[in-house]
Write a protein that binds this ligand. Sequence first.
Ligand SMILES: Cc1cc2nc3c(=O)[nH]c(=O)nc-3n(C[C@H](O)[C@H](O)[C@H](O)COP(=O)(O)OP(=O)(O)OC[C@H]3O[C@@H](n4cnc5c(N)ncnc54)[C@H](O)[C@@H]3O)c2cc1C
Length: 476
Amino acid sequence: MTDLFSYNKITAEIAEEIRKKIGANNVSTDEEKLESYSHDEVPQSNYGRKYIAELLVFPESTQHVSEIMKIAHDERIPVTPRGAGTGLSSGALPVFGGIVMSFEKMNRIIELDEDNLTITVEPGVVTAEISRMASRHDLLYAGDPCSGDASFIGGNIAENAGGNKVIKYGATGAQLLALEAVLADGSVTWFGGKRRKDVTGLDFVHLMAGSEGILAVITKAVLKLLPLPRHSVDLLAAFPDARSAINFVPRIVTEGGLIPASVEFMDDKALKLVEKYLNASVPAGDAGAALIIQLEGNDEERLEEQFEAIGKLSQRHGAYEVYVADTRSTKERIWQARKGVPEALSAFYSRYTKEDLVVPTASVPKLLEMLRGETEPYGLEYITYGHAGDGNMHCTIVCPECDNWHDRLHAAQQRIYAKLIKMGGTLSGEHGIGYKRRGYMKFFLDDAQIELIKRVKLAFDPQNILNPGKLVDWGK
Ligand SMILES: Cc1cc2nc3c(=O)[nH]c(=O)nc-3n(C[C@H](O)[C@H](O)[C@H](O)COP(=O)(O)OP(=O)(O)OC[C@H]3O[C@@H](n4cnc5c(N)ncnc54)[C@H](O)[C@@H]3O)c2cc1C
């Protein structure tokens, strides 16, 4: 059997053939460009080396993608699809060199269909652009990752990105009706359609959501739209500590009797760090922890009653101050604080790992307790923020001063993951596995399931050229 990970280098002839098919202006071998397109938001220092592609391609159409894949397939060249490179799992890292395929030139919104409540887009459209286009038609695209001003929809689909509104609307996969895909041999197919129901064949649409670029290349997507809620209000509740904030989260549903659009959490360290990063005070900046609760509705009076009731409820459960943001500028101020946390972490720490742990929502308080117990013995610190409404906590482990960072981190991670499994939790809620977390998959999935993933991968891509080495540990 041929080695699944033995690839050919890109020769001058192969590069020339690609130029002829897609145009010389859509191909680059510029060293600086190759370097900047050869990583995502995970620091390269994590791996002690750099992984650099040999050739960058910028297809402008499905036809271009298909031509590139045909050549890569015939010549056995690895291809790494790349969105905006905001990924947090090294999904777009060209581990075996070869081609990085950027979708920045496939950035058209093809159609907004008001009768069928769908929007059809190319993979390089920036997520926020889809929301803006929908809202111009009084419609809502419900995908809302915090990186939405930069990330591409193709990257969101490949990661099944979550974000701020999962509690009410689900992750990116829940917004997905259909995809055009280019398979590893260059053939083009459609999975799904504008239909709201479809059991004709296997559900490849949702297999593609979260497939991290290892199965096929997404070249178009049809997304669901909803009526745009006419009004929304954001509450920021300041709590004395993380425990009281987290304990309040399920009360919003059980006692408040409603499903909010978002429930986001920041601990005291996250609040302080973001103030330092923004060089400005943020609401509840001195709190022990804060929750952002977003409520939406069409009836303004009813919404007002609801936010007043939730505000009072939060105070009965320990909140000592509640800020109400109902104008664009007050809302922006609140969300700037929450969305600034990941950027602040990258700005102030050179050694960190952003964990993406997820537990059943009722176990979040236990998760926070456990993190303290399992990081302190290794001299590590952690900062926690994230999507409290759906149990997905972005605990970022840092160690500003310590030696043996990798050893300490690895030892703490082993203990954290063992306890996480006992809580019914898992490794990643939305950032994906990619190259970064592949080594830990064996803790969470049994051998039978890991083998199945490998077989599915090779059924789609027998030559193993699409984003190889990701998702599970292939021993390479
Ligand atoms: C500040 C910040 C905040 C973030 N907040 C969130 C959040 O709230 N929720 C969340 O889920 N994530 C979040 N992320 C992570 C990241 O933004 C998401 O994973 C996002 O979906 C990645 O999109 P991208 O376009 O940057 O993809 P990239 O990072 O470029 O690629 C991600 C993966 O998608 C694959 N891919 C890209 N395009 C295609 C395609 N057309 N066909 C097939 N495969 C493809 C790549 O091969 C790779 O495996 C955040 C990141 C940052 C830096």
